[in-house]
Design a protein around this ligand. Structure first.
Ligand code: CAA
Length: 693
């Protein structure tokens, strides 16, 4: 198949890129583009050239899967140099997205027209790199560094309308985009030799430089673990200090160094893992998915309200159902306040808020779910409550409606047994706050129909979530592994670490919060209740709860929160209590370094992940990593727990787990058979191409 088609309208040649799904600039596309450009350049009947694209994207950027492999010529900078150096003006016709290398290509053109709704951006920062094909040099020359730098630092694309206001798009065109690009190309040709972006200096004023330096100082202070923010500053500064060619070379050198960095490798891995996670063997999302036009959410608590907002944000009418008027009013008010906060912050217009609120209907009684195509239960986390609700729904919901539970632990098959339609019962596990967190764990009990699973996946996408399908077991994937970390954290306290040391080890690793700060925030009583329901104990955690120290809401938990403080302070009483427990258990406390704490926290999670894979609860290691990055705040640049385990070496993890199992006498910490097998074969999780179970 031709990736670039060359056609002609009058005196203008049109090179149409067609490289599905998103016109990524793969080696073959680059070669075909150079070929098309040289034919157009050589044709005396052609006075100008338009680069257009077929499909839903203009160009989504460089082909990310080529990164880390030896470069293949022509490289993207080579192609862009040919475009910019063309004696005949070249105009980009941008529809859909122009991202990364795609926008860099458009910047090398002499004119740009964009369709309304198009998005233009340089998202490389999110892949741990910086633009590598002139973006840092050309974008500031077109719109000024003061606007270009924040665009590259945040990585979020801007709308065509904003691009036009910035001068990045010359025109926004309703209707025939290519015809408008041809018209602009002809106008430019009539003016004589085209203006090269590389030669522009009009935007690079003294005040632009000063504003950039202020922004750069701020960004440098917040760059944290990501070296690419600093590299970006250095590259952009080059527009003021270096001739174009040298600035370009400096950018390329920084780009190549960052591409080889483990952090960028992990981010690229996470990008592809996320896309693969929604693909379920045997399930075709496009086929047989049921229509979702109306939703109902049972429970107007924090989770229920957040889930209802997800529907409203996606334009789907949703009924929120409660048992008492008081709870309904409270829940509805919380939703209104949350939207109100967004309006105050400027991230939502009043009109959009009103539109969303109008899609949410508060109602009393389960009968209000009768018309819904999907009902999501977000009631109290107790099996008898769930069964009662699902039993009642069986008599109320219309035939073919999906009956979903937001349970975070409980057995979906047991919940389904309360109905006569197990084929419609599924788990949709949202994460708190549901309107913000990206992850949607879709739990697939044995009896659920394939088209219900397909519907849940496509609904997840409509809601802007990252859907991952998982099997049915206690805690599914995320919480089942989290439980291992929670148990490890308690063991660490008894062995000699203190809450702030454990938390610091995890925040040092890149998490936003450690397990104890997190537990204090969520409420220590939640875990206590779960432990009691399962006949489990945890000496320190139980002792803290017995004293009523439930966390921030009671002013103290693992830490003290005087006068409603959000950040906890060390609590000598808690530390004494921990020492007392160690003593009672005959443990001689010893100090531990952050690396040891980290290993003791994370290795048991990896072990559980291996068991989850062997049982087929997760289809691929990448699914587990996608869950941890999008639902549990695992730092994306560390690629998720399974990717991290590979980077440490599975042999190292096996040895450490053996030590932990021996020390604790806990046989569940023995390395999982899959972990031992991979180690014996000198393999990593990345070698598991197909489903294990
Ligand atoms: N390279 C390779 N493959 C890509 C790709 C890219 N740049 N962008 C998307 N794809 C692939 C995806 O992996 C997916 O493949 P499968 O169907 O096989 O899973 C397919 O295209 C569709 O992608 P999505 O599922 O993400 O589709 P979407 O419609 O939800 O989103 C998108 C489309 C907005 C383009 C999104 O894919 C995206 O953001 N892509 C990445 C864009 C990006 O980061 N570009 C910069 C690249 S780096 C660069 O260009 C460096 C440079 O300076 C030279």
């Amino acid at each position: 198949m031709e990736t670039v088609r060359l056609s002609q309208r009058g005196s203008v040649a049109i090179a149409t890129i067609d490289n599905p799904p998103v016109n990524a600039l793969s080696a073959s596309l680059r070669a075909a583009l150079v070929d098309a450009l040289s034919r157009a350049a050589a044709d005396p009947a052609v006075e100008a050239i338009v680069i257009a694209a077929a499909g839903r994207a203009f160009i989504a950027g460089a082909d990310i899967s080529e990164f880390g492999r030896p470069p293949v010529e022509p490289t993207l900078p080579d192609v862009l140099a040919i475009i910019e150096g063309s004696a005949k003006p070249v105009v980009a016709a941008i529809q859909g997205v122009a991202l990364g290398g795609g926008l860099e290509l458009a910047l090398a053109c002499h004119g740009r027209v964009a369709a309304p709704g198009a998005k233009l951006g340089l998202p490389e920062i999110k892949l741990g790199i910086i633009p590598g094909a002139g973006g840092t040099q050309r974008l500031p020359r077109v719109i000024g560094a003061a606007k270009a730098f924040p665009m590259m630092l945040g990585g979020e694309p801007i709308s065509a309308e904003k691009a036009a206001a910035f001068g990045l798009a010359d025109r926004i065109v309703e209707g025939d985009l290519v015809a408008a690009a041809i018209a602009l190309a002809q106008e430019l040709a009539a003016k004589g030799a085209p203006v090269k972006t590389a030669e522009r200096a009009d935007m690079l004023t003294q005040s632009d430089r000063e504003t950039f330096e202020v922004l750069a100082r701020d960004a440098a202070a917040r760059s944290g673990d990501m070296p690419n923010a600093l590299a970006l500053i250095e590259a952009v500064r080059g527009v003021f200090t270096l001739p174009f060619g040298e600035g370009l070379a400096a950018e390329r050198a920084l780009f190549l160094k960052l591409v080889a960095d483990d952090r960028s490798k992990a981010l690229r891995y996470a990008f592809f893992a996320e896309r693969e996670a929604a693909k379920v063997p045997g399930i075709d999302e496009g086929k047989a998915a049921r229509q979702i036009k109306q939703a109902a959410v049972i429970g107007a608590g924090t989770m229920g309200g957040g889930i209802a907002m997800c529907f409203a944000n996606a334009g789907i009418p949703v009924t929120v159902i409660e048992t008492t008027q008081e709870q309904l009013d409270k829940g509805y008010a919380r939703i209104r306040d949350t939207y109100g906060f967004s309006v105050k912050r400027g991230s939502l217009t009043e009109a959009a808020r009103d539109q969303r609120m109008a899609l949410i209907t508060p109602k009393l009684g389960l009968e209000a779910a009768a018309e819904a195509d999907i009902v999501i239960e977000a009631a109290f986390e107790e099996m008898s409550v769930k069964q009662e609700i699902f039993g009642a729904l069986d008599g109320i919901a219309k035939q073919g409606a999906i009956l979903a539970s937001n349970t975070s632990y409980l057995d979906l098959a047991t919940i389904a047994m309360a109905t006569k339609r197990p084929q419609d019962v599924i788990g949709t596990h949202f994460f708190s706050p549901a309107n913000v967190m990206k992850l949607l764990e879709i739990v697939r009990p044995a009896g659920v129909a394939d088209d219900a699973v397909a519907t849940a996946i496509s609904l997840g996408r409509r809601l802007g979530k990252v859907p991952v399908v998982v099997g049915n077991c206690f805690g599914f994937v995320g919480n089942r592994m989290l439980e291992q970390r929670t148990r490890a954290a308690e063991r660490l306290l008894i062995a000699g670490a203190l809450p702030h040391e454990v938390d610091a080890a995890l925040t040092g690793f890149g998490f936003k919060m450690g397990p104890f700060a997190m537990s204090d925030l969520a409420g220590n009583d939640i875990g206590w209740r779960t432990r009691k329901s399962r006949g489990r104990t945890a000496a320190v955690a139980d002792a803290i709860c017995e004293r009523g120290w439930f966390g921030q809401k009671t002013g103290r938990g693992y830490y003290l929160y005087p006068d409603g403080a959000r950040a906890g302070q060390r609590d000598p009483e808690v530390e004494a209590l921990i020492a007392q427990v160690s003593k009672e258990q005959g443990v001689e406390r010893r100090a531990m370094k952050p690396d040891e704490i980290l290993a003791r926290l994370l290795d048991p999670m990896v072990n559980e992940g291996a068991k989850i894979l062997a049982e087929g609860i997760a289809a691929r290691p990448g699914d587990i990593d996608t869950i941890w990055i999008n639902g549990y705040n695992w730092p994306a640049w560390r690629g998720g727990p399974m990717h991290w385990a590979d980077s440490v070496g599975l042999d190292v993890i096996v040895e450490r787990l053996e030590g932990l199992a021996a020390e604790s006498g806990d046989a569940t910490l023995e390395p999982a058979p899959l972990l031992r097998k991979l180690t014996a074969e000198r393999k990593g999780f990345a070698d598991l191409k197909a489903r294990v179970a």
